[in-house]
Design a protein around this ligand. Structure first.
Ligand code: FES
Length: 167
């Protein structure tokens, strides 16, 4: 086996050690009932994202196509295809927050940071992800910063949060 396996598109490389750990995690979860989600969570816990190199290993172990594995990863927004930045800002995109201006707020924040959804700023400080309801709908627009819910955002407050995350 080669020392590394480059993935398509992204410059993500799996080392021999990564491949070994991927194989162990997949094997450990393969016998569970409903193994795919626990497997993906375990991989993300280990690597901070689900490595591209894990997709064919999972697909083989569970007798799925790679597209099916990708489909599940895309459906559950928590799974990352690349490592996150030092801070994760999740902006609520569910209906109530949208009605209170979340779309405009998010679009402005993404433009200021120079990223798309799921993107990470070039300094590695912030990853922006969507989230679908944080349970504080009446107080939106809302976000979650490193697991802490922040309600009642406006552009000024969000700017301050983002600036704080970059310091
Ligand atoms: S819709 Fe955003 S918190 Fe519920």
């Amino acid at each position: 086996m080669s020392a590394s396996a480059a993935t398509s598109g992204a410059s993500i490389v799996a080392t021999e050690q990564d491949l070994h750990e991927i194989g162990e995690i997949v094997a450990r979860h393969a016998q569970l009932e409903g193994p795919l989600l626990p497997m993906l969570h375990a991989l993300q816990d280990m690597f901070g994202h689900v490595p591209q190199a894990a997709i064919p290993v999972i697909a083989d172990a569970l007798n799925l196509t790679r597209a099916e594995v990708h489909g599940v990863m895309s459906f559950y927004h928590d799974f990352r295809k690349a490592k996150a930045g030092r801070h994760t800002v999740k902006i609520c995109r569910a209906e109530a927050c949208q009605a209170r201006g979340a779309n405009t707020l998010a679009a402005t924040a993404l433009a200021k940071l120079g990223v798309e959804w799921h993107g990470t700023t070039t300094d590695g400080a912030i990853t922006v992800e969507p989230v679908y309801c944080l349970g504080l709908c009446a107080n939106g627009p809302n976000a979650m910063v490193d697991g802490r819910v922040v309600a009642g955002l406006d552009e000024t407050r969000l700017d301050a949060l983002l600036a704080e995350a970059r310091t």
